[in-house]
Design a protein around this ligand. Structure first.
Ligand SMILES: C[S@@+](CC[C@H](N)C(=O)[O-])C[C@H]1O[C@@H](n2cnc3c(N)ncnc32)[C@H](O)[C@@H]1O
Length: 201
């Protein structure tokens, strides 16, 4: 996890991004990996950590899932609620303004927990707290699916995200890694490693 950005600085930066409309991750549909989950799994309980403008929760709610999205930017959760209302799924898609490191208010376990682009930006302490909540909130046999940017460990000058070793430290042996798809992400002129992880409780 990055150790360059204290959480309050991250919240300030993300709040400004939403206020300025700088949200390149937002699209109408969730990523294909999430759509594939919706096609493969029967509806159940779904938690999206760092839910942004709610695209994954709204998509899953439209397919019968009961969804909770958590994001610490109030504008993001407010807009998500409006979008869920407009999509007719407000009763099945709930959005909470909270840190992914402080999830004590969630108690009922989930069949599927998703993170597209949130864990990799957390401090080590918040990452540990987040992982404790994921392990607490996942039903036995449930899935945790993570997309994360990865630090280029051979180039210390590049931006610090997280590493596969840090991810395994957080979740293994409680969860089992069933599949990894490694790739790269390009934003503007920068390209870095990234990966999808499918894990099971
Ligand atoms: C890269 S965006 C991805 C949003 C969403 N997952 C998507 O795919 O559309 C990461 C999101 O995580 C949120 N976030 C980052 N750190 C967080 C934290 N500690 N607690 C709650 N939300 C956080 C940001 O506000 C942002 O909306």
């Amino acid at each position: 996890m990055t150790n360059l950005t204290p959480p309050s600085e991250l919240l300030t930066r993300m709040t400004e991004r939403y206020a300025n409309g700088e949200i390149p991750w937002h699209h109408e549909l969730p990523p294909p990996e999430v759509i594939a989950l919706a096609e493969a799994l029967p509806p159940g309980r779904f938690l999206d950590l760092g839910s942004g403008l709610g695209r994954a929760c709204i998509y899953m709610a439209q397919r019968g899932w009961t969804c909770d999205g958590v994001d610490f930017v109030a504008q993001a959760t407010e807009t998500s609620r409006e979008r869920a209302e407009a999509a007719g799924v407000a009763e099945r898609a709930h959005f909470h303004t909270a840190s992914v490191a402080a999830l004590d208010f969630l108690t009922e376990p989930y069949d599927l927990i998703l993170d597209v682009g949130c864990l990799h930006a957390q401090t080590p302490e918040d990452g540990e707290a987040y992982a404790r909540h994921v392990k607490r909130l996942l039903k036995p046999g449930g899935q945790y699916v993570l997309f994360a940017h990865l630090t280029n460990e051979t180039d210390p000058d590049t931006r610090q995200w997280t590493t596969e070793a840090e991810i395994y430290h957080l979740f293994l042996p409680d969860l089992t890694v069933e599949r990894i798809e490694r790739g790269t992400t390009t934003i503007g002129e920068s390209t870095w490693a990234s990966a999808w992880f499918w894990m099971r409780a």
